[in-house]
Design a protein around this ligand. Structure first.
Ligand code: TYD
Ligand code: MG
Length: 485
């Protein structure tokens, strides 16, 4: 008989440790290691004699398959993110910071669905029935026949749901408040959250109802505890937004029934969330086109083109190690663009602080933003404003070459629709999609863009970013002084 082997498994991240520790070395969480006996498990060597299993039916890949039956929520931006509506019998986790508007969004979706005649049950574990009613009143959806309860016990919730016809949608706000008597742990702990979520997900599969679990996110961006829930559910959506801004972005990070790169855009108003069908207009709304350091990036979010302003501020640094700060973009990617500007385009950014922000609080993941970032940086350093009616997109490689990006035609179309007459894009994208139409400038080297910006500056002794040996810091200060009345 083999000796039983004991391992300690982190309930937060799943890391395995040979001995107990107060803190998981992998994810840094405290008190998450739990003893598990692995003898007889996969790779665990000979343990218990295996029980005889039954023969399961094996299927071919090809065969009859129906498209999953979906219920459109009636909120277009939400349906876009879920891939065309809620799939019956699926479980969805919606994560986000407290106060971002998760409950508001779900109450609105519940009301819209209930008005269409579907049975919707909204279980609030955080707010009393009166509070939810008050919110519904404020949003003007009180008349919708949503079944409401304030409850946290999984057993009570399941018994209640099973007592009537199966609902189309069940909302559990939030998963951290749920508790089940089958496990002995406090509500909110990983064990409780996992067991409760499992019970509710099982209910979804059995009844055909769509179950939505709301989860709060910790400061570092992880759904607290429910990390473990992420792989159990069919879809994980994040609801995010910047503190000072009114609009919110719903983003799919996992979706078994649809694409994960779609975003839904909403605006928080006094009467609930308003859909924003054309986000570009919103993101460009507060633009000051005449200021140096701003470039409009023609990006793609899933299948939808989105124009957004990239803002850069390059300022002489008093520090030995200049500061680099980024909001809404990848810091590593910024370092790369800075390095390419320095070594291939003769732009001296070394002794400067560099700040970069994506306007409006949008977060961009596309490498296609490289060119717009470079344009904004050069514009800020040289003090030369970029043309107000021009968009930029293209990926920059480490060699300083500008590489083609996908969906060039769609990006250009969106730009044209919003009144942008010019575009700077990769030469190869230009060849493929447009036969060199007026206003389109194709470039294959980043140095070409830098030279064009420098040449576009007024001839009144304005500093050119590319002047070898130039001291942009002093020159820029002189320019600003001369500009101010
Ligand atoms: P809420 O949905 O409670 O957030 P979560 O469930 O993610 O914690 O949103 C609360 C915030 O939304 C609160 O700060 C007030 C604001 N809000 C509005 O601005 N307008 C509204 O109509 C509603 C209902 C909320
Ligand atoms: Mg809430």
């Amino acid at each position: 008989m083999a000796k039983a082997r004991v391992q300690y498994i982190c309930q937060n991240c799943g890391a395995v440790s040979p001995r107990w520790q107060g803190r998981c070395e992998a994810c840094g969480e405290w008190n998450t290691l739990v003893e598990e006996n692995t003898a007889g498990g996969i790779g665990g060597g000979p343990g218990r004699a295996p029980q005889k299993g039954r023969v399961v039916e094996l299927h071919a890949l090809a065969g009859e398959s129906r498209t999953p039956p979906r219920i459109a929520s009636g909120i277009a931006e939400l349906d876009r993110v879920t891939g065309g509506g809620f799939v019956r019998g699926s479980a969805i986790l919606i994560g986000g910071d407290p106060g971002i508007g998760k409950s508001t969004l779900l109450l609105q979706a519940s009301a819209a669905l209930a008005k269409k005649g579907e049975r919707v049950v909204y279980i609030s574990g955080e707010e009393a029935v009166a509070q939810v009613r008050l919110r519904a009143e404020r949003m003007g959806v009180s008349a919708a026949p949503v079944a409401l309860a304030a409850e946290t016990s999984v057993e009570d919730i399941l018994t209640t749901l099973e007592a009537d016809r199966a609902p189309a949608l069940v909302i559990l706000d939030s998963v951290q408040t749920l508790w089940t008597s089958t496990v002995e742990a406090a509500p909110g702990t990983v064990t409780q959250v996992r067991a409760s979520a499992q019970a509710m997900i099982r209910y979804a599969k059995q009844s055909g109802a769509t179950v939505i679990l709301v989860g709060h996110v910790t400061k570092d961006g992880q759904i607290a505890g429910p990390r473990v829930v992420e792989h159990m559910v069919d879809a994980v959506l994040y609801f995010e937004g910047e503190g000072g801004h009114h609009f919110r972005i719903l983003r799919a990070v996992k979706n078994r029934f649809g694409a994960t790169d779609e975003i839904g855009v909403f605006e928080m108003t006094g009467g609930g969330l308003r859909e924003v069908p054309n986000p570009s207009e919103l993101f460009l709304g507060e633009r000051n086109a005449a200021a140096p350091g701003a470039a409009v990036f023609a990006g793609m979010e899933g299948t939808r083109p989105v124009l957004v302003e990239i803002q850069a501020l390059v300022a002489p640094s008093p520090l030995g190690t200049p500061r680099r700060a980024v909001v809404g973009w990848d810091g590593g990617r910024l370092a790369m663009v800075l390095a390419v500007l320095e070594s291939h385009c003769g732009v001296k950014l070394g002794p400067h602080d560099v700040y970069l922000a994506v306007a409006g609080g949008l977060r961009i993941n596309e490498p296609a933003a490289d060119l717009a970032v470079a344009a904004a940086l050069v514009s800020s350093l040289s003090g030369i404003a970029l043309p107000a009616d021009c968009v930029y997109f293209g990926e920059v490689s480490l060699s300083g070459a500008v590489r083609p990006v996908v969906h060039a035609a769609q990006r250009l179309k969106e730009a044209q629709k919003l009144g942008f007459a010019k575009a700077v894009l990769p030469l190869q994208s230009l060849d493929k999609d447009q036969g060199g139409a007026a206003g389109l400038v194709g470039i294959d080297q980043l140095a070409g863009l830098v030279a064009a910006i420098a040449a576009s500056g007024p001839p009144t002794g304005r500093p050119a970013a590319r002047e070898p040996g130039g001291r942009p810091a002093e020159r820029r200060r002189a320019t600003i002084a001369a500009d101010e009345p």
